[in-house]
Write a protein that binds this ligand. Structure first.
Ligand SMILES: *Cc1c(COP(=O)(O)O)cnc(C)c1O
Length: 253
């Protein structure tokens, strides 16, 4: 609920980059993502608000700005969109026509040391409200989970949402996390964003019961995993848990 559009962790992962772009007088910020990327959606909005030019490199050269309402909205917020074939995208090739002098390139999904730094503010926000034993969060690139365990120094349970455990373990090695972070791989539901009736029903019931919106891709998998861990007595009795709602509710603006 920190913002209606860049609803959750995407702002935290971007804010240090915005600061850098302002200090350096950068010409633009470039980043990568799929056709429904929350990360690029947030970047396009933030660029618009801070008057920083943004360039989005999108996976799939069959797409255009009219392929979905998010791409259209991103384009309207002033993001320059380039559509790459899957092979070039995999290699993260920046098309030649893009000016790369004095630009900031944010890796796909925002994972980097700079991105992780943006999670530091969450420490004070949480400490003012609750002293918890565990914090649970959804994991995509791991930036959020790594930042939390690094700065909060409490046991962090990361619910993995895609088949990238090797990448996450690799990302973790860049930080001194003292075993605070534990990744759970049982709640991927096949692959990234794969639909599941069980998961959809779980989200519907949760939304109705708590009047808190969750979506199946990230926060739904996270809460589903959390309930499952509780049911299986993973947490000692009387543990205090924080479930971090990382956003992901993209209501077209
Ligand atoms: C992007 C995203 C995540 C994943 O965050 P990482 O820092 O990449 O692990 C989790 N939840 C939501 C709602 C997201 O949009």
């Amino acid at each position: 609920m920190i913002h209606p559009i860049i609803s959750g962790n995407k702002w935290r992962k971007l804010k240090e980059y915005i600061g850098l772009a302002q200090i350096n007088g950068s010409n633009s910020i470039i980043s990568f993502g799929g056709a429904f990327s929350n990360h690029l959606y947030a970047l396009s909005y933030v660029g618009n608000q801070f008057n920083i030019k943004t360039i989005g490199i999108i996976r799939g050269n069959e797409l255009s700005i009219n392929s979905n309402s998010y791409l259209k909205q991103m384009s309207e917020w002033g993001m320059d969109l380039h559509f790459l074939d899957r092979e070039s995208y995999r290699k993260k090739i920046i098309p030649e026509e893009i000016e790369t002098e004095n630009v900031i390139v944010i890796p796909e999904g925002g994972f980097s040391k700079v991105g992780v730094l943006g999670l530091e503010g969450l420490k004070n926000e949480l400490n003012e409200q609750i002293q918890a034993d565990y914090i649970i969060t959804a994991v995509g690139t791991g930036t959020t989970a790594i930042g939390i365990s690094k700065f909060l120094k409490i046991k962090t349970i990361g619910i993995l949402t895609l088949n990238n455990l090797t990448e996450i373990e690799h990302n973790c090695k860049e930080f001194d996390l003292d075993n605070f972070l534990e990744i759970k791989t049982n709640y991927i539901f096949g692959k990234y964003a794969k639909e599941s009736q069980v998961l959809n029903e779980f989200c519907d019931t949760f939304n109705k019961k708590h009047q808190i919106l969750i979506e199946p891709t990230y926060t739904g998998r996270m809460f589903y995993g959390l309930y499952d861990l509780i049911r299986n007595n993973y947490f000692p009795k009387n543990s205090k848990l924080i479930a971090l709602h990382t956003g992901g509710i993209k209501l077209p603006h």
